[in-house]
Design a protein around this ligand. Structure first.
Ligand SMILES: NC(=O)c1ccc[n+]([C@@H]2O[C@H](COP(=O)([O-])OP(=O)(O)OC[C@H]3O[C@@H](n4cnc5c(N)ncnc54)[C@H](O)[C@@H]3O)[C@@H](O)[C@H]2O)c1
Length: 388
């Protein structure tokens, strides 16, 4: 088994920056690589700031950590003595394959190459190398120092040993909010575990938004149906993460899983009109004066949302994840959702009334005309209950 000492992080934007910081904090020699010196300088400054803040709280010695940090614009030389490489560059398969190839040609034969992709196939990236057994996914959640979950993903040809290295290193990376939780993803399928579990909720959301459009119901009334649970209501959150991101993600799942994921009329129109949410100043809400704070006690509810349907959809998707062999048991799916989304998983809540939820989903999938939302065989059979 490789004793990992040297980690190279490629692409130190939003995600890579946080990954590099926790890599240093865990004691690894860490090299930051990017194509932009400006990005590298910004990432290094942000890491230094983060470490100094932790030093002031007596958590660590910043200078000792920073002494292990290197930066480089030249990937080929940066990976020469790497034991583990984690790429976190733009979500573009061609770019990722190009980088995997450079790493393969220049890193020592034992080095494991990992991708932080949220969606793309690890197997396809690995095909650009001559070490497909040593390519895996290591998927962090944003921001990596604060979000507890890491998914370690096996591509079709990943070896047990590479997976073990990925799991061990991930477990060693500190999390500033609680214990790190590492979930093994046994199949390289779209969305892995947590994003996949939550993806079909978007099909119901498309349906609700399009129903508002048809009936002339204001969107904020739909938001009022959910109330202000959590730090942001669902439509404020959609604006925050970006309507364009939501549009692309829905299309990705439509292309890889089922046509029912395709963006609905409302999301498509907003995307085309450039109403992308926070970043464009306008989405479901006006963001020009900062984050909108709708007062739901004063907004009439649309009366469209059935929370039980969201639970049933999520439980059904959890069963598909088990059916496809992506996770080995439902406890992992629930725990991963808590660690990655700060939200409870569907099994613990749904299992008591699974038969009622199957019935509810049968009725709703029929009413919505969405084939994908029909209860899968495992859900319908109830056999998942014992697959803890
Ligand atoms: N943003 C999220 O919430 C999130 C969460 C989990 C995973 N991810 C995944 O992490 C990856 C990075 O996302 P991000 O949001 O940090 O993106 P980002 O745009 O903030 O950062 C990407 C960085 O990669 C650099 N880069 C681009 N091409 C490069 C190349 N050829 N060589 C070296 N560096 C290069 C860019 O200069 C940029 O600094 C993506 O695969 C994304 O799917 C993102």
């Amino acid at each position: 088994m490789v004793n990992v000492k040297n980690i190279v992080v490629i692409g130190v934007g939003l995600m890579g920056n946080g990954i590099a910081q926790i890599s240093l904090m865990a004691g690894y020699n860490t090299t930051l690589v990017d194509i932009s010196q400006e990005v590298i300088d910004k990432a290094a400054a942000s890491i230094e700031g983060g470490l100094k803040k932790l030093e002031s709280k007596g958590v660590l010695n910043a200078a000792e950590n920073l002494a292990r940090m290197k930066t480089s614009l030249d990937l080929a030389s940066a990976v020469k003595d790497a034991d583990l490489i984690i790429e976190a560059v733009v979500e573009d398969m061609d770019v990722k394959k190009k980088l995997f190839k450079i790493c393969d040609e220049n890193a020592p034969p034992h080095a494991v190459i990992a991708s932080n992709t949220s969606t793309m196939s690890i197997t396809e990236m690995a095909s650009a190398t001559k070490r497909e057994d040593k390519c895996i996914g290591i998927h962090f959640f944003n921001p990596a120092p604060l979000m507890r979950l890491v998914e370690v993903i096996a591509g079709e040809k990943s070896s047990e040993e590479s997976m073990e290295i990925g799991v061990n290193v991930s477990k060693s990376l500190p999390c500033l909010r609680g214990d790190r939780y590492v979930a093994k993803v046994l199949k390289d399928r779209p969305g892995f575990i947590v994003n996949r579990l939550n993806a079909p909720g978007g099909i119901y959301m498309n349906y609700l938004l399009d129903t508002c459009l048809e009936k002339g119901i204001p969107f904020e009334s739909l938001d009022a149906d959910f109330g202000s649970r959590g730090p942001m209501s669902p439509l404020v959150l959609s604006d925050y993460t970006g309507i364009d991101t939501g549009f692309h993600v829905r299309n990705y799942y439509a292309d890889t899983l089922h046509e029912d994921f395709r963006p609905g009329k409302v999301i498509t129109k907003m995307f085309k009109e450039g109403k992308h949410g926070r970043k464009s100043g306008q989405g479901f809400y006006d963001w020009t004066k900062g984050r909108p704070q709708p007062d739901f006690s004063k907004i009439e509810k649309a009366g469209l949302v059935n929370p039980g349907v969201f639970l049933a959809i999520s439980l059904n998707e959890g069963c598909r994840i088990l059916e496809e062999g992506i996770a080995s048991g439902w406890k992992i799916i629930d725990d991963a959702n808590v660690a990655g989304m700060n939200a409870p998983g569907p099994f613990e809540y749904g299992i008591k009334n699974w038969e009622g939820l199957v019935k509810l989903l049968e009725e709703f999938s029929e009413k919505m005309g969405r084939e994908y939302l029909k209860p899968c065989d495992l859900f319908r059979s109830g056999k998942f209950v014992d697959m803890k």
